[in-house]
Design a protein around this ligand. Sequence first.
Ligand SMILES: NC(=O)c1ccc[n+]([C@@H]2O[C@H](COP(=O)([O-])OP(=O)(O)OC[C@H]3O[C@@H](n4cnc5c(N)ncnc54)[C@H](OP(=O)(O)O)[C@@H]3O)[C@@H](O)[C@H]2O)c1
Length: 116
Amino acid sequence: MKIVVVGASGRLGKRLVSKLREHGHEVVAASRSSGVNAVTGEGLAEVLVGAQVVVDVTSSPSFEDTAVLEFFKKSTQKLLAAEADAGDCKLKCVKGQKLRSNELLNLRHSYYDFST
Ligand SMILES: NC(=O)c1ccc[n+]([C@@H]2O[C@H](COP(=O)([O-])OP(=O)(O)OC[C@H]3O[C@@H](n4cnc5c(N)ncnc54)[C@H](OP(=O)(O)O)[C@@H]3O)[C@@H](O)[C@H]2O)c1
């Protein structure tokens, strides 16, 4: 299965990429340092070609309430749009406790909370 990990250079992302490769998946490791920006959408369409799953393990550069919500709203909207354009591809997200009860949940993405 082709799986795109956005935020692949981060703490969670590195471990996830490694585990998915151990399980034999074709993994594309994506982040701004590899030319993929989830907030602007740069590079997303290209890496999602042929992907069945895109996993969002990005993190906001700021944890201030407004900034963090803005980051995840913009990035989730871009990822959902790219997922829809990619056809048979599903978005999975890993997010912390701060985002559990806020308006991000209205974006209808699959939500995995590893903070509890
Ligand atoms: N670490 C934990 O124990 C833990 C526990 C519970 C939940 N979480 C959640 O899991 C997520 C990842 O956490 P983490 O600790 O792995 O974060 P991290 O180490 O700070 O890594 C963040 C990743 O996001 C990428 N990134 C940042 N802005 C981006 C953008 N605009 N477009 C694409 N990629 C971007 C970074 O790479 P570049 O700088 O190259 O773009 C990096 O690969 C967060 O949402 C966090 O709340 C983490």
